[in-house]
Design a protein around this ligand. Structure first.
Ligand SMILES: [Zn+2]
Length: 298
């Protein structure tokens, strides 16, 4: 099982953390009760079965799984949508609508959904002459995407009730800690446009250094570090993000077992289908990134 890194505490919304002398530790939270049966053996399993058996529709409503599902689905739509069976296409569109509903209801991650809808439209355009399923189904997808776009365009955020306290009333160090926990650097850039003080705090080089090391630390070499120290970490972040895919820490991911090839949600675990007598080695569980998942269905 992949260890949660030192940084996980500020990436893992939906989990419960406590501070200890050694750092942050994840503890059992109120959302840690798992439904039964969310395990699927991957061999000869279609994507439709995987989406059903691993309850992706339910995962959309789970804050720990939401972003993982979104990133997986966006990648799947971008790279493989026209090649999916008609049944799988319908499932994916239903999931996309559920994600839209969830984002509208919670009023968070709307930019993520806007991006997914844009990607879907592009994929429909690209696949217009080379897709599985009938022409009628393809035009139905276009209609659904159009409805989603209109819904997003007409949606207005609920006006905030003024209770007298705003983000800018917080001291700098608290504000800084909040900014460090934003899930996406684009939120940090947006915040810097709100007012002068937020601009000052969000331009703090230390914040950008921490973000850069978190997202791109594994790809950086000595010359990247030298350049960042010379030109500034904010500018280095922008350059690196155009060259590498940022690392994302998910509160929960799908895993696969090396023994029985079962796929399951990390916190759910799985009853290993291969008995100990059949193998000397202890089963190993590997996390699957959204990209790993997409590659499995080629
Ligand atoms: Zn197993």
């Amino acid at each position: 099982m992949q260890e949660l890194g030192d940084w996980a505490h500020w990436r893992a919304s939906g989990l419960v953390w406590e501070k200890t002398e050694e750092g942050w530790r994840r503890v059992q939270g109120p959302m840690d009760t798992q439904p039964e049966g969310l395990v699927v053996v991957i061999e000869s399993t279609s994507i439709t079965q995987v989406l059903d058996k691993l309850d992706f529709m339910g995962a959309v409503k789970d804050i720990r799984r939401f972003r993982y599902v979104c990133n997986f689905l966006e990648m799947l739509i971008r790279e493989k949508f026209p090649q999916l069976s008609g049944m799988a296409q319908k499932k994916v569109m239903l999931l996309l609508e559920a994600i839209l509903d969830q984002a509208i209801e919670s009023e968070i991650d709307l930019h993520l959904v806007c991006s997914m809808v844009r990607v879907t439209q592009q994929s429909l355009m690209d696949g217009i002459y080379r897709h599985m399923g009938g022409k009628r189904l393809w035009s139905q997808h276009f209609e659904r995407v159009h409805r989603m776009q209109q819904y997003l365009q007409n949606f207005e955020l609920t006006e905030r009730q003024d209770d007298g306290l705003t983000l800018t009333d917080l001291p700098d160090d608290v504000l800084r800690e909040i900014l460090l926990r934003l899930p996406d650097h684009t939120d940090l850039l947006s915040m810097s446009e709100v007012d002068k003080r937020l601009q000052e705090v969000s331009n703090d080089e230390e914040i950008w250094k921490e973000l850069t090391l978190f997202h791109f630390g594994e790809c950086m070499n000595a010359s990247h570090i030298l350049k960042a120290n010379k030109d500034g970490w904010k500018s280095s972040y922008k350059i690196l993000s155009s060259q590498f895919t940022p690392r994302v820490e998910y509160p929960e991911q799908l895993c696969i077992c090396s023994h029985c090839n079962a796929m399951f949600w990390e916190l759910h675990g799985h009853p290993c289908l291969e008995s100990k007598a059949q193998s000397e080695e202890a089963p190993q569980e590997f996390t699957l990134s959204p990209k790993d998942m997409v590659l499995r269905f080629s």
